[in-house]
Write a new protein. Structure first.
Lengths: 132, 132
DNA sequence: TCGCACACGTTATAGCATAACGCAATTGAT
DNA sequence: ATCAATTGCGTTATGCTATAACGTGTGCGA
């Protein structure tokens, strides 16, 4: 799923996420875009839905928030499962891929004949700076 | 964290989860316990908080739901990270542990000096029966 | 007996997400 | 060109998930 030209709302939402230094909730995005005419949650959620589909934004399930993909240009899908480390103090997010983890999980799903559609890996804790 | 004797509310909530054939949301649990005197979400959430602490219940972040631990007796903590495969059709949940995955993720966190507190691994898709 | 910790009940509120309606712009046959 | 289908958009209303804040009662050790 590669990204076509973004619509106005999609571009606004993506821009907010890209400039943010951490994950944002949909309602936080909404607040940041009120000056640009956003009035309702659906304007944000509809844009996010497309951005997720295009793979340029990721959803962090464990904190109900969204981040711009840390690997612009590449297609995150092609790297297999995406994993995140989320600092609960400064909310910094590190995105990474690990093929060995992918393979282990794929081995498991193959063994169970489970058809995986979407896999979430999220590590919450403290980043190096915050743990000190 | 091993489980002391459960209080009345904790036992009721745990019982509902154990008898369920899939994950339940807090509000679904609430509805199932109205006949037992439950009237407010907090009664459920407070019980869940303890059950999660004791490790006898797991929270599925990606679907805002809760399941009884599939490995009663053992302490899930001692097996490292717990992973779940969730069927989006029949909502069956399979819980498993994979030490190799644990090690890979621990290697990554060690390398980044990230102090992991809680790791979520959830695979959503279709179980063998539903994929057929 | 006093103080504390803990479970509990209740009301209110905050935070996250989608349903349903209608309109406008775009596209792509016919 | 025209019509139909698709897509994006705006708005209102609603539903689902989770916690804050306050008060009560009970058990237990100092
Ligand atoms: Zn990415
Ligand atoms: Zn940090
Ligand atoms: Zn378990
Ligand atoms: Zn199934």
């Amino acid at each position: 799923m590669s990204a076509p030209a973004l619509t106005k709302n999609q571009a606004l939402v993506f821009d907010v996420l890209e400039k943010a230094d951490g994950p944002l909730s949909a309602y936080t995005i909404l607040d940041k875009l009120r000056d640009h005419g956003f009035r309702a949650p659906l304007q944000v959620y509809r844009a996010l839905e497309k951005l997720l589909e295009y793979g340029v934004v990721h959803r962090l399930e464990s904190i109900n928030s969204f981040v711009a993909c840390a690997h612009p240009g590449e297609n995150c899908h092609s790297h297999g499962i995406v994993a995140f480390a989320i600092c609960e103090s400064c909310s910094q997010v590190m995105e990474f891929h690990d093929h060995e983890v992918d393979h282990r999980l794929m081995d498991w799903t193959r063994g169970k004949k489970f058809k995986a559609e979407k896999t979430t890996i999220e590590i919450r804790g403290l980043c190096e700076a915050c743990a000190a």
